[in-house]
Design a protein around this ligand. Structure first.
Ligand SMILES: [Mn+2]
Length: 322
């Protein structure tokens, strides 16, 4: 147990019990294949989250009025199997309580157990945002590798319940396997040709599920905007495209994860974008459900005050109140 204290995600001031949105970090990057470092992302993304105003003019919401709780980080785990078991254990009560998980990775292997923890009776589909198809059956002898995550989700939920957005890299084998298995794919070029809103609306229509989950590998964004990631790939989406997808999905969105931010390769902009996209998901979902408007005239703490009073989380291990 580290003796230092970690910063909380900004504006995460609610107790677990009263919170609707739950932040959870998974500092695990053992399946990373090129540039490691995603294990450091949860804490750095939290730190960057303090850059932003709690008030958002587009939704007229103030995040300090929204019930958000930061659980802290999971343990670091040994193998990917151990990670999967731990993540399922953490996510199961969050899903059962009807809360909205915001999981900060970690590499993309961490997303699969988040979905394995969802009750099978729910009508839930996945928007899979990634530069890579992630459709290998196994990679380096590991079926839990981050290079296999979309494949595992298709096996888990069915090919019609996963739509892949923003891809621009795959192996011939992955292409052939998916031609056979039939996950729908809207490559990065489609966003340039048709616009993000049109692509997102089509993808949501194709999913047809009552509930939608977004798994976001930050490498779906072009490396010029988000350079700090394990396996960067040019010709990607821009940050506004991702914002648009989140907005389009908001009325069915039940959870999101943001994976593969790798702080050792960052100048701060990648983690900053990840923090802002996490906040965007909360804002858009809360707005769709007609969440609390800011209390007019209420005295608001300045950002500096908020950081002093609210930003400390004891210890690094998660325990979910019963
Ligand atoms: Mn990727």
């Amino acid at each position: 147990m580290p003796s230092t204290q970690l910063p909380l995600f900004a504006d995460a001031r609610a107790s677990y019990r009263e919170a609707r949105y739950i932040i959870l970090g998974i500092p695990f990057d053992r399946t990373t294949s090129f540039r490691p470092g995603a294990r450091f992302a949860p804490d750095v993304v939290r730190q960057q989250s303090w850059n932003f105003e709690s008030y958002n003019y587009e939704t007229d919401l103030d995040l300090s009025d929204v019930p958000i709780h930061d659980l802290g980080n999971s343990e670091e785990f040994g193998s990917a199997e151990e990670m999967a078991e731990g993540v399922r254990e953490l996510l199961t009560p969050i899903w059962r309580a009807g809360k909205f998980p915001i999981t900060l990775g970690g590499d993309h292997s961490c997303s699969v157990p988040v979905l394995e923890a969802v009750d099978r009776s729910r009508s839930l589909g996945v928007l899979y945002l990634d530069a890579h198809l992630d459709f290998r059956d196994h990679y380096l002898n590991d079926r839990r590798s981050h290079a296999c995550s979309a494949r595992r989700m298709v096996e888990l939920l069915g090919a019609d319940r996963v739509v892949h957005l923003g891809v621009r890299s795959m192996s011939q084998d992955e292409k052939r396997d998916n031609d056979r298995l039939g996950m729908r794919v809207h490559p990065s070029d489609a966003f340039r040709e048709r616009g993000a809103r049109a692509v997102a609306d089509l993808a949501l229509q194709e999913l047809g599920t009552k509930e939608v989950y977004i798994t976001l590998d930050i490498d779906v964004v072009d490396p010029s905007f988000a350079p700090a990631t394990g396996t960067p790939e040019p010709f990607g989406l821009n940050p506004v495209d991702v914002k648009t997808i989140i907005g389009a999905a908001a009325d069915r969105l039940v959870g999101i994860d943001i994976m593969e931010v790798s702080p050792p390769w960052d100048h701060g902009n990648t983690a900053l974008l990840a923090a802002r996209l996490a906040r965007e998901a909360i804002l858009r979902v809360e707005h769709r459900r007609g969440g609390a408007r800011p209390r007019r005239g209420a005295v608001r703490a300045s950002r500096a005050q908020r950081i002093r009073t609210d930003s400390r989380l004891d210890g690094a291990r998660v325990s979910i109140p019963k």
